[in-house]
Write a protein that binds this ligand. Structure first.
Ligand code: OGA
Ligand code: NI
Length: 344
């Protein structure tokens, strides 16, 4: 009979306790399990950003718009983030999660309002079933407000992560302008609506799991923020929902996966969809993924852009502040919150 776990972090349950069964608090009811037989292999569009600011600009914008409308997900290459910065970021995450338990736990907190914290699962204060994931969550813009809270072990942590954040912010700003333009809005429209902007990142660590068919790294969810820039290592695990089927997205080196979050769905008045996705785990390999969540500032007022609202397509959502939305998200245990903000 499976037992419940006593360790704070799932990584230590695996590496120190060497459990060979998933403890009962991680087991999903039968109807909510990953069901690997039904997962299809397919791909999401791969968009080359080389010409985003060149003669082929209009075509790249069109590809981005199409991907946002049809998939809510796409991959990008020639994205401008140097390979060395990506490699340093990945190595830093690996080194952090390889630190001794006591050293990692110095950063531990189960309080979702803390701006720097190591935690596990999703929100252990409210959720009923735990997830096979540990994570270090960092706020990273404006960087000077937060960097002094970040870990100093490994010694290069702050330098490497800061470089990565600054580089992905540039990419985020270009993508937001492109998404704005692809909807027929002024390229600065969305950027302006985001207010002062916020950027969070997560270092996700998914340990190997003795029974991956019983649990999730992260169950199906949409991202509450504006856009997400996901870096993943070479171990597959991300699945996205397309036409009612889960599609496994295989990692492609030196590309990022971009997905639009709930706030783009709202501003686009449902023209672009924030798509359900999940992370599954496997028996033999640890997996690291590093999403950058680009967010409106908490005070930003979000609603459908006036230009996309017409008599035939009236506003689907009311206006709200991002702070209000974000609080609902953490309280609701990863359930999609968009419906709570609909006009009718
Ligand atoms: C997330 C997420 C996917 C992954 O952190 O929101 O969807 O592959 N992660 O880790
Ligand atoms: Ni996500």
């Amino acid at each position: 009979m499976a037992t419940t776990s006593k360790r704070l972090l799932v990584s230590d349950l695996v590496s120190t306790d060497k459990i060979d069964q998933v403890p009962s608090n991680y087991i999903r009811p039968i109807t909510q399990r990953p069901n690997f037989q039904n997962v299809v292999r397919d791909s999401i569009p791969l968009i080359d950003l080389k010409d985003l600011n060149g003669p082929n600009h209009a075509n790249v914008i069109k590809q981005i718009g199409q991907a946002c409308a049809d998939h809510g997900f796409f991959q990008v290459k020639n994205h401008g983030v140097p390979e060395s910065i990506i490699a340093n970021m990945m190595q830093t995450a690996r080194d952090f999660f390889n630190l001794p338990e006591q050293e990692r736990l110095k950063n531990y907190s189960d309080d979702p309002t803390k701006t720097t914290r190591l935690s596990t699962s999703f929100n252990i204060r409210t959720e009923k079933v735990a997830n096979w994931r540990d994570y270090l969550r960092l706020h990273c813009y404006p960087i000077d407000n937060f960097i002094d809270e970040w870990p100093t072990n490994p010694a290069s942590f702050r330098a490497h992560v800061a470089e990565y954040c600054q580089s992905t912010r540039n990419l985020a700003l270009q993508l937001i302008a492109a998404i704005s333009e692809s909807l027929g809005l002024h390229k600065d429209y969305m950027n302006t609506q985001l207010g002062k902007h916020a950027q969070h990142m997560v270092l996700n660590y998914y340990p190997p799991c003795p029974q991956p068919d019983l649990t999730y790294g992260l169950p199906g969810h949409t991202d509450p923020n504006f856009i997400t820039i996901l870096l993943q290592d070479e171990v597959p695990g991300l699945q996205v929902l397309k036409d009612g089927k889960w599609v496994a997205v295989d990692p492609v080196p030196n590309t990022f996966i971009i997905n639009i979050g709930d706030q783009v769905q709202v501003m686009s008045n449902d023209k672009y969809k924030s798509i359900l996705h999940r992370a599954v785990v496997n028996c033999d390999k640890e997996r690291i993924s590093i999403p950058t969540f680009y967010c409106p500032s908490p005070e930003a007022v979000i609603g459908p852009a006036p230009e996309v609202v017409t008599d035939d397509e009236p506003a689907v959502y009311r206006q709200f502040t991002y702070g209000e939305y974000y609080e609902k998200f953490w309280d609701n245990g990863l359930e999609k919150c968009l419906d709570m903000f609909k006009t009718s």
